[in-house]
Ligand binder design. Structure first.
Ligand SMILES: Cc1ncc(COP(=O)(O)O)c(C=O)c1O
Length: 373
């Protein structure tokens, strides 16, 4: 089915009642409500990808010996469908997510979902569940979060790649990541844990990476921080990324630095887009290693004026501080203005530029938007 993927669509006979759906859409939260359907495609070594279908959202029946449950052959993506003012529904650079899922698949010795199947699965799901894509009120950041994922399903306890896989797409209406407005987040610098190692799976979007990050996330929470910063595992010196977002540093001369994605860092679609938008806005944007020492010294002496994190879920989040057991480095100093347009002007401008493209409020001159419905 690789050339013209065909999906058999079996609409559910028991969709959520309209009143229930509208209630969810009033205040969807994040990742807690799901639409009526899901897209599924099977793969076997013998038959390749086949049996594409859209069916009722329902629990998955897996053999207790399924590979994914024991050896974690699981990879996923995170994207959004945005409703534009004319009612049309769009997603952002989906071919980048398709390519990243393929890179993740290669790293985890799983079969690669062809881009056409990936895109068609998303389109089919957005089509049938379009009523679940929230209306975008002026300036709002609601969307339908799309979660493509792939699992090894073969029932076999030997350690080797699964001979059977499934690719799914599920969808979850999501409200703004910051319901009461964008706020700077405080970041815990993880000293006890690493997220990724040289030659490991850091660049892949596999569930195992997130399982490995959770203890550090708990530790961050115990120190009043919403997010964790991971350093490199070899020298424990270089800034890598947060548990679920990439990082950028803005310098007083207007230049911007982000760590290079050389194997241990997830290549964020938001990150690569912001490198381009930053350059378009006249900033010198460099992908180079940046040490924790340079970051903390720069924040303390004012050479680094802004720090922000980015990813599909929160788009761009200003970073308020970095903390360790001993120290706190507050970006912009203790007297930082509460008005983020004043204290984080580059961050907030880039944030608006990107969200305006995503929500169709600005012209998409780069061809980044992909129409789904
Ligand atoms: C570890 C990690 N880094 C970075 C990102 C940002 O990636 P993207 O911009 O593609 O959402 C994510 C989120 O998907 C992530 O989980």
């Amino acid at each position: 089915m690789a050339d013209r993927p065909e999906f058999v669509v079996a609409p559910t006979e028991s969709p959520a009642p309209e009143a229930d759906r509208l209630k969810v859409l009033e205040d969807p939260g994040f990742g807690v409500h799901f639409t009526d359907h899901m897209a599924v495609v099977d793969h076997t070594t013998a038959d390749g990808w086949h049996n594409g279908r859209v069916v009722q959202y329902a629990p998955i029946a897996l053999d207790p010996a399924a590979c994914v449950l024991h050896y974690a052959q699981e990879i996923f993506e995170g994207m959004k469908a945005y409703r534009h003012a004319d009612g049309s529904i769009w997603t952002f650079r989906p071919e980048k997510n398709a390519a990243r899922l393929q890179r993740s698949a290669r790293r985890l010795a799983m079969p690669e979902v062809p881009e056409e199947i990936f895109l068609e699965a998303i389109r089919q799901l957005a089509q049938i569940d379009q009523a679940w894509v929230p209306e975008a009120a002026e300036g709002s950041e609601t969307s339908l979060y799309l979660r493509p994922f792939q699992i090894g399903t073969e029932a076999f306890l030997g350690v080797r790649p699964s001979q059977a896989s499934q690719f799914y797409v599920i969808a979850s209406p999501s409200g703004p990541y910051f319901p009461s407005g964008v706020k700077p987040v405080d970041i815990w610098v993880s000293r006890n844990y690493h997220r990724a190692g040289f030659g490991g799976t850091g660049f892949a979007k596999c569930g195992g990476n997130y399982a490995a990050s959770l203890a550090a996330q708990v530790e961050a929470g115990e120190h009043g921080c919403a997010q964790v910063l991971f350093l490199d595992d070899r020298e424990e010196k270089w800034v890598e990324e947060l548990g679920g977002m990439n990082l950028f540093f803005v310098f007083s001369d207007g230049s911007i630095v982000t760590p290079p994605t050389s194997g241990t860092i997830l290549e964020g679609v938001t990150r690569m887009s912001l490198v381009e938008l930053g350059r378009d806005a006249g900033h010198e944007v460099t992908e180079r290693p940046i040490s924790l020492d340079e970051v903390t010294t720069g924040i303390a002496d004012g050479t680094i004026t802004e720090v922000f994190a980015c990813g599909t879920a929160a788009v761009i989040t200003p970073v308020g501080s970095f903390r360790t057991e001993e120290d706190t480095w507050t970006v912009g100093g203790e007297g930082r203005s509460e008005d983020l347009d004043e204290s984080y002007p580059v961050t907030m401008t880039l944030r608006r530029t990107l969200t305006d493209i995503q929500y169709g409020r600005a012209e998409d001159t780069k061809g980044w938007m992909h129409r789904l419905v």
